[in-house]
Design a protein around this ligand. Structure first.
Ligand code: PLP
Length: 540
């Protein structure tokens, strides 16, 4: 795959200040990682590691263990290519370890130094990357401090307040924007679907897994979005990779915003299209990229998130549409964080910004406002039909389970009823409330996107800038211990020194709960800063 620019250009914010906390940085821990890993290995593992370390300096270029003697587990010599004498083990039809020529080692020591050594294939253990990757020590250190913000266990539903690891915590770390996971009608939708269709379909949509419920949901979604057709996938990730991996080919160029969701890049990889990334939300860069793409010789598709998942900012779609039209490019918008939130109908960023007719493909997921699991691509009937019969991540996987489809259908119907618009307003009011509360406390909060006409577009995502990765993790931990759950975004999800606490609200949060959250933020900020120094100040 050919990538034009780096993900690292995702953010224009200045990098916040340097770390001032006691600092278990990866660099300091790397040596310990190498030492630690060597304890629990079998002979084969050790031999492979010796080899891999020397030749590759670790998978990501970290030079681990170079100062160790070139010996295998049992003191065997390791030759200049990093091969350990394993006593003649044969890998891939080539005898490794003995420095032998063709034939056998019967000739003894004399035959060992041979030109064959230079062409022997390297012995690489595919497990090495799991055992030596650069995050290993960070993970171990965070686990030891019980400060790992990931895989925290919920013991009940995702609601404004949750049971999590044995205690009540305010939930500001979900994508349940409308709070519909707790809605009786959505739950009933799932239960009715189980009662009628059972727990699973045990087949793909293509072959033996399409229910009338899937088709009904597709019709409802196409009608809501105002497109000719829609196709329901098992997850949003599959909707992106299935669409991009099918509609693009190796001769095409895909132009992506550097802040796009990972599933978009995964789709581009699957397609083997030429990928040209432009700096996040920079129209001048998009224009330049489109000019370059014109010379590539294939079709051009621009793909952007409507609302960017990490920072909650919005793509300037009218201007992007204009550029696409000027350069003959198609446009696809990922509405994962905008469906059920933005626009008078809740149809997303395209609706809010008045470009529904001009955007060629619209993708969304059911795993956020729709309180379920699944994904959809909506657009022209012939393109959707092509995907229906060609998209491998659609055809070669099991269809969305009845409970997920029944719940999503019930949620879509709530959004489209008279209850929808008040829900959309409430989640955005809550976002404004949290945003101004955090700013007043002196946190640096990412500002809502300003449109060309000066309107600020608020979304449910309210990110607090921290800067240093470890600082963000420790701040997260103090908030967690005080009864508040938020998300932590560290590099490479954000640019280096751009760590964030990603908070997000639901329509069902009341002000009393948000006030409690703000009190926790206030108390934790005071104690955290007294120990670790200032957090980045609010730049209002
Ligand atoms: C912008 C965006 N697109 C796509 C996806 C993938 O959706 P799903 O979680 O349904 O697989 C996500 C999920 O986090 C997302 O944030």
């Amino acid at each position: 795959m050919d990538v034009d620019e780096e993900r690292a250009c995702a953010n224009d914010r200045d990098a916040p200040g340097a770390l001032t906390v006691a600092d278990p940085r990866p660099g300091q821990l790397a040596g310990a990682a190498a030492a630690d890993q060597s304890h629990s290995r079998g002979a084969g593992d050790e031999a492979r590691r010796s080899h891999g370390d020397r030749l590759h300096g670790g998978r990501h270029g970290r030079r681990v263990g170079l100062d160790r003697p070139h010996r295998g587990q049992h003191g065997q010599p390791v030759d200049d290519l990093g091969l350990v004498d394993l006593g003649g083990c044969v890998v891939g039809g080539v005898r490794l370890g003995h420095r032998v020529t063709h034939g056998d080692s019967a000739g003894g020591q004399d035959q060992r130094a041979s030109s064959m050594t230079a062409v022997m294939p390297e012995l690489v253990d595919v497990f090495a990357k799991a055992r030596q990757h650069e995050r290993l020590e960070q993970l171990r250190a965070a686990r030891e401090l019980d400060a790992l913000p990931y895989f925290r266990v919920l013991e009940g539903p995702t609601l404004p307040v949750v049971e999590m690891e044995g205690r009540r915590r305010i939930m500001l770390g979900s994508n349940n924007y409308l709070g519909l996971t707790g809605d009786e009608r959505v739950r009933q939708g799932a239960m009715d679907a189980i009662a009628k269709y059972g727990t699973g379909i045990t087949g793909s949509r293509f072959l033996n897994g399409t229910l009338d419920l899937h088709v009904e949901l597709e019709h409802e979604l196409a009608d809501w979005l105002g497109t000719e057709d829609a196709l329901v996938f098992t997850t949003g990730h599959q909707a992106n990779i299935g669409t991009l991996g099918t509609i693009l080919g190796p001769g095409d160029t895909v132009v992506v915003d550097s802040g796009d969701h990972a599933s978009i890049l995964d789709g581009c990889i699957l397609a083997r299209a030429k990928v040209r990334a432009f700096r996040h939300n920079r129209l001048d860069r998009l224009q330049r990229t489109l000019e370059r793409a014109a010379g590539d010789g294939g079709g051009i598709l621009v793909v952007v998130d409507g609302v960017f998942s990490t920072e909650g900012d919005v793509a300037p779609l009218p201007e992007i549409v204009e550029l696409c039209q000027a350069h003959g490019a198609r446009l696809m918008v990922d509405e994962a964080h905008a469906l059920g939130v933005l626009g008078a109908r809740g149809a997303g960023t395209c609706e809010l910004l008045g470009v529904e007719e001009q955007v060629d493909l619209r993708m969304a997921t059911f795993s956020k406002s729709l309180a379920s699991c699944g994904g959809v691509i909506a657009g022209p009937a012939d393109v959707v039909e092509f995907l229906r019969i060609q998209a491998r991540p659609f055809i070669f996987t099991a269809s969305g389970v009845p409970a997920a489809i029944g719940a999503a259908l019930a949620a879509v119907r709530i959004c489209r009823s008279d209850e929808g618009p008040p829900l959309f307003s409430r989640v955005l009011d809550n976002a404004r409330y949290l945003h101004s509360g955090l700013s007043e406390l002196g946190f640096q909060v990412v500002k809502p996107t300003q449109l060309v006409d000066g309107t600020a577009v608020v979304t449910p995502v309210v990110p607090v800038v921290v800067g240093d990765d470890w600082k963000a993790v420790f701040l997260w931990k103090e908030l967690y211990d005080a009864g508040l759950f938020v998300n932590v975004m560290i590099h490479p999800a954000v640019p280096p020194a751009g760590a964030l606490l990603r908070t997000s609200v639901m329509a069902t949060h009341d002000h009393e709960t948000l006030d409690q959250a703000l009190e926790i933020f206030s108390a934790v900020k005071r104690s955290f800063e007294s120990q670790h120094g200032s957090l980045p100040p609010d730049g209002r």
